[in-house]
Design a protein around this ligand. Structure first.
Ligand code: ARG
Ligand code: MN
Ligand code: MN
Ligand code: MN
Length: 314
């Protein structure tokens, strides 16, 4: 196992400053050391830098479209490089519009994927259905083949094409879905484990059914796109769009442990950690340390304890 870490300090997919500080805060909480203590090789590719775009007028109500398009093009290339070096790609956001470049680049490098999207939100608005005009609420609409005819090509988006089938996607944790998004999910028959299903089935059964569903087609590399707002804001309040009634810490972690254990996890996004949105330093700390724990879960950390294969008793 090895992790290739990309920092993506990008915030223009939404309007709240601070989410660009996510990558450095997550590193400062000891992510790299703690991955290495697990016996995981780590290469830090550093933070991406993004093109400054002077004039970026809204396009059909959607904001910062050119900046988002350009940032995701860079991210896509970076993810491709990490995959070609043979690592599991870890993208530290940044806001969730970055899933466009991350999933696009991952697909370009390894071929068709299964995507597990853990989030309070579906992020499947099109530019024409979005109430907010924020691109972090839209990434899935650009990625899905089935929505291509409903999504206009935006400036700085001509480098990308849809690369994901709606049958290769599972959502977990949804509880704040806009009407148009709900319509799209039903129209396409997307597999969703919303919070009610997590309550009904329990997280263990949700994960079994997630894998059964995805593998029914073929076992493909898994892309986990983890929005920290999937977790209950009592635990992870430092995020831009918190929604009550989320996953517990334990449920959130179980998802990562189960996916790690499949051996198919090939890339992970950890997005929407916004240190400026915590009211106290404790709130920020709890959010950031939960993000680190989720990533460790993706790389084999077990709650029962771990030891290196070459461990010997003194
Ligand atoms: N559905 C809302 C919107 O379209 C909220 C999206 C929140 N997305 C997120 N990645 N936190 O703007
Ligand atoms: Mn969200
Ligand atoms: Mn399974
Ligand atoms: Mn999201």
């Amino acid at each position: 196992r090895s992790a290739g870490i990309i920092g993506a300090p990008f915030s223009k997919g939404q309007s709240r400053g601070g989410v660009e500080c996510g990558p450095d805060r997550i590193r400062a909480a000891g992510l790299l050391d703690r991955l290495q203590q697990l016996g995981c090789a780590v290469k830090d590719y550093g933070n991406l830098t993004f093109e400054d775009i002077a004039v970026d007028e809204p396009v059909r109500g959607s904001k910062n479209v050119r900046a988002v398009g350009s940032a995701n093009q860079r991210l896509s290339e970076a993810v491709q490089a990490v995959k070609k070096d043979g690592h599991t790609a870890v993208m530290l956001g940044g806001d969730h519009s970055l899933a466009i470049g991350s999933i696009h680049g991952h697909t370009a490098a390894v071929g068709p994927l299964s995507v597990v999207w853990v989030d309070a939100h579906a992020d499947v608005n099109t530019p024409l259905t979005s109430y907010t005009g924020n691109l972090h609420g839209q990434p899935m609409s650009y990625l899905l083949y089935e929505l291509q005819s409903k999504v206009p090509v935006l400036p700085n988006f001509s480098w990308m094409k849809p690369c994901l089938s709606s049958q290769d996607l599972v959502y977990i944790g949804l509880r704040d879905v806009d009407p148009a998004e709900h319509y799209i999910l039903k129209l396409l028959g997307v597999k969703v484990f919303c919070m009610s299903q997590v309550d009904q089935l329990g997280v263990a059964r949700v994960m079994e059914e997630t894998c059964d569903y995805l593998w029914n087609r073929a076992k493909k590399p898994i892309h986990l796109s983890y929005d920290i707002d999937a977790i209950d804001p009592l635990i992870t309040p430092a995020t831009g769009t918190p929604v009550v009634g989320g996953l517990t810490y334990r449920e959130g972690l179980y998802i990562t442990e189960h996916l790690c254990q499949t051996g198919l996890l090939s890339a992970v996004d950890l997005v929407e950690v916004n240190p400026l949105r915590g009211r106290t330093e404790d709130h920020v700390h709890s959010t950031v340390s939960t993000a680190v724990d989720l990533l460790l879960g993706c790389f084999g950390r077990l709650r029962e304890g771990n030891h290196l294969p070459n461990y010997s008793l003194p």
